[in-house]
Write a protein that binds this ligand. Structure first.
Ligand code: AVJ
Length: 339
């Protein structure tokens, strides 16, 4: 059932030169968003889904994070992407490169830079992201930088709206930046398997994995000296305030990020500095946080080689190649659908 609630049409298609943006987010419905967020805030421990980080300000802050000296993942992955033989991975057929969570399109730009302009003509780039503003920017910048590249942007929650993805042509899925680390381990398994079901033999899946390393290195990456990650973490409360009309005061919370060795992940939390009462017009009273209580905002799982192989195997993919930096701080796994 497609929702027409809130006065949206189910499909807002915007034309932008030869490129198109389709917005499918309203299908999920604002009411569901409100009830999902409230449900998570009433859970114990309290949590906010990390997908709400990325409003315009959150996306901007994340881009700032990727440039921090402490935040090694982006820099390391980009160096691997610069060496990646994309031409070999895509062959010479017409192909859709579907990037799940494309963000600021910086990763695909590095990959496309390696292609000759004649190779670009049989590529269609399909970025999928929940941030319409990020996709609009991508379309404009990519048109200038890669003339002749076809772009079809899809504004959607790629975790729940896989049915929207194009099916017929040969495909290369890209899930980069270790975004997969935001999912729990079993969710990551199921997610890759779900995507794989839409693939045909010969299609590829390129996934970026942040690897396990020294705890101090991991923790520094999420506790940068200039506090950008702290601002990024607190910004999620502003996003939630807009969505559920609550009155969170970001500075009532402290940014916490630490490595949880048994789960092999960085966890981010917002910890109440004092007893708090949060009001929201959709609930009868208010809800309370006691001093020191925290809201869990993000998991960022780190992966061993066997985790990576297990994810591919569970989806029935064959692990074709692993591209890593010399320290094995980050890996790009290229999986192939064989039957
Ligand atoms: C975009 C999910 C890969 O987990 O490292 C960066 C987000 N959070 N700093 C990550 C993030 C805090 C990032 N991912």
């Amino acid at each position: 059932m497609k929702g027409y609630m809130m006065g949206y049409s189910a499909r807002d298609a915007i034309k932008c030169g030869s490129a198109t943006i389709e917005n499918h987010l309203p299908e999920t419905g604002l009411q569901k968003t409100v009830s999902d967020i409230l449900y998570d805030l009433y859970s114990s421990p309290k949590r906010i889904s990390s997908k709400y980080f990325y409003d315009a300000e959150g996306s901007r802050l994340f881009t700032e994070i990727t440039r921090l000296p402490e935040y090694y993942p982006t820099r390391t992955e980009n160096a691997i992407l610069r060496e990646l033989p994309l031409d070999k991975l895509i062959g010479s057929f017409d192909i859709d490169i579907i990037e799940l969570g494309s963000g600021d399109h910086s990763k695909i730009a590095i990959m496309l830079d390696r292609l000759l302009s004649e190779d670009l003509t049989h590529v269609r780039y399909v970025p999928v992201d929940i941030s319409q503003s990020a996709l609009e920017t991508s379309i404009m910048e990519l048109a200038g930088r890669f003339p002749g590249l076809a772009v079809q942007a899809i504004v959607a929650d790629y975790c729940h709206q896989i049915h929207l993805l194009p099916e017929k042509r040969k495909k290369l899925f890209c899930f980069l930046g270790s975004t997969i680390g935001n999912l729990n381990r079993d969710e990551a398994m199921d997610f890759v398997r779900k995507i794989t079901r839409t693939m045909n033999p010969g299609d590829g899946f390129l996934i970026g994995f942040d690897r396990i390393k020294e705890t101090a290195v991991l923790e520094k990456a999420y506790n940068d000296a200039t506090g950008v990650t702290e601002r990024f973490n607190k910004n999620i409360l502003r996003v939630v305030n807009r969505l559920i009309l609550s009155d969170f005061e970001p500075d009532d919370f402290e940014h916490k990020a630490f490595y949880n060795p048994s789960e092999r992940r960085i966890e981010m939390h917002l910890e109440a500095k004092k007893q708090l009462r949060i009001r929201c017009p959709f609930i009868e009273k208010h809800f309370e946080l006691h001093k020191g209580e925290s809201i869990h905002t993000e998991n960022s799982h780190k992966f061993e080689l066997h985790d990576i192989l297990a994810i591919g195997a569970y989806a029935g993919l064959s692990a074709d190649r692993l591209f890593s930096d010399n320290n094995a701080w980050f890996s790009l796994a290229y999986f192939l659908k064989t039957e």
